[in-house]
Design a protein around this ligand. Sequence first.
Ligand code: ATP
Ligand code: SF4
Ligand code: MG
Length: 313
Amino acid sequence: MKNNETLMELRDVRVRFPVGADWRGKAKSCVHALNGLDLAVRRGETLGIVGESGCGKSTLAQLMMGLLAPSSGAIFRARSSGSWFGSGMQMVFQDPQSSLDPRLPVWRTITEPVYVQYHNPVRERRALAEALAEQVGIRGGYLDRLPHEFSGGQRQRLSIARALSSEPDIVVLDEPTSALDVSVQAQILNLLVELQGSRQLTYVLISHNVSVVRYMSDRVAVMYLGQIVELGDSQEVLNHPQHPYTRLLLDSVPRADRPLQEADGGVGELPDNRKLPPGCFFFDRCPYAGDGCQVPQRLEAKASGVEVRCHRV
Ligand SMILES: Nc1ncnc2c1ncn2[C@@H]1O[C@H](COP(=O)(O)OP(=O)(O)OP(=O)(O)O)[C@@H](O)[C@H]1O
Ligand code: SF4
Ligand SMILES: [Mg+2]
């Protein structure tokens, strides 16, 4: 079920983290993690977010989850219809360990988001745990076990179950398969696809792995230094990349798990995000840099419908 209904929108969002402090406790400088981000999440879609390490993907996730307040800009959230409490949002992390309490039998952990709200009686909570486990492919008989008794893939299934327990309408997936064996990754991705269909979920899928994003996403946003440089239909963006950075990123796909390197056609590294470049953020690394690139670039819709932040495209 895809339509253009907007579930969440970020407008010109910026996030700065103060770093280092002098003797008065005053911050010496700031990390500019997000630098004017405009993005809408549409009901039923999978919106992929790609970009190198440090470009602000997890900061964006925290912002969406309400775990972090923007330094400036605005975030709008449509009233969640599917869920019956909370923000209607849940997150799945790279490391399932972080959402599973090592000391608790997993049936407790996966129903905790519901329990803290409603204090359901034990029998009800058990029944919910079993229903959730079944949906993520874990046998009900295993639910008295502790997290360490499961494999990595099973633990990620359990953390997905936990995220789903409160019936969110948006699930933010931050590198959901990056910590897993390659052989298990596809199974988890397929499970996510299946759950999206049966539960009408909207996904924001964060990954530095372009193949994962290509497989899963309807639309994709490419991030660079806390900005979106290209945004649109994922086939369009990934098959016909227009922004010089997107091209560089895709050229390096087999090694997308490492920072871009000179051999990949790029020059230099991700600029220091404590001092932002005055013009186009990609200027120092761009093979096409020239006249008109020294001024800030705006994200603009091109003929293909894809939005690109580069005046030369
Ligand atoms: N709490 C914080 N305090 C200071 N700097 C931070 C904080 N959180 C993030 N940053 C910085 O903000 C920038 C963006 O970080 P973020 O974690 O969002 O990147 P990312 O795209 O998720 O990277 P990765 O792919 O490695 O997970 C980085 O330079 C990071 O060091
Ligand atoms: S604006 Fe100029 S420097 Fe920036 S990406 Fe486009 S061509 Fe490259
Ligand atoms: Mg991250």
